[in-house]
Ligand binder design. Structure first.
Ligand code: ADP
Ligand code: MG
Length: 224
């Protein structure tokens, strides 16, 4: 899957309250790329990730996945496309509190009236170390376990691309490290594209390409 973002802009509000959250962000991602994005709080990182994943639409600019114009799709088509091709991991996990870990993980498939691939689910749960926690509710799990359930949910449909918005931001450093190691392992195993936003320089440096965003302006960090 080749992802091409051209001149993405996002403005919130109007008049005196107008905020330019993102200014002309362009990005080319090839299949299997692993990139990291760093930037101060409020610099537009989440805005960019929401636009790249089709969770939100820009004020201007275009986005294509293998040449397909994503923002030209209806909301319904876009939701379906996201469930099937894109995995998204949030800082706050965003698990549904009344569903068990297993139910949370397979929810994206159920919405498309599909049955989970039990072999893949078992493999994922095994890699993520949550095999014996699948019947638990989110509040019965630690933060690290909840994020691992959220990772399984993001990967259950075997997406082409995984977006993670500060996935370790709500975890202590040990659980955060574990989550990062697992994410990288799954990236390697599945061959999907991985885009991570992080505050952590060390995590950022493990990526193949690094970007920084300051006041809504995205730029690639060159090595050397
Ligand atoms: P980051 O993820 O880097 O912390 P965000 O992308 O969340 O930054 O936000 C970028 C800027 O856009 C900030 O100034 C923020 O206050 C503003 N912003 C984000 N979402 C909204 C919104 N829904 N309405 C108005 N302003 C917003
Ligand atoms: Mg953010």
């Amino acid at each position: 899957m080749i992802i091409q973002a051209n001149q993405l802009c996002k403005t919130y509000g109007s008049g005196d309250g107008r905020v330019i959250a993102l200014h002309k962000a362009s990005l080319h991602l090839a299949a299997g790329d692993f990139i990291s994005i760093m930037g101060p709080s409020g610099s537009g990182k989440s805005t960019l990730l929401h636009l790249l994943s089709g969770l939100d639409r820009p004020t201007s600019g275009t986005l294509t996945y293998d040449g397909r114009d994503i923002y030209a799709c209806s909301d319904r088509m876009l939701s379906e496309f996201r469930r099937q091709r894109i995995g998204f991991i949030f800082q706050q996990f965003n698990l549904l509190p009344v569903l068990t870990a297993r139910e949370n993980i397979i929810m994206p498939l159920l919405l498309d009236k599909k049955q989970p691939d039990e072999t893949w689910l078992k493999q994922l749960a095994g890699i993520l170390g949550i095999g014996d926690r699948l019947s638990h509710l989110p509040h019965e799990l630690s933060g690290g376990q909840q994020q691992r359930v959220a990772i399984a949910r993001a990967l259950i449909a075997k997406p082409d691309v995984i977006f993670a918005d500060e996935p370790t931001g709500n975890l202590d450093s040990k659980s955060g490290c574990e989550v990062m190691v697992l994410l990288k392992e799954l990236w390697q195993k599945t061959g999907s594209t991985l885009v991570i936003i992080t505050h952590d320089q060390q995590i950022a440096e493990t990526a193949q390409r690094r970007f920084s965003i300051i006041d809504g302006v995205l730029s690639e960090v060159m090595n050397g």
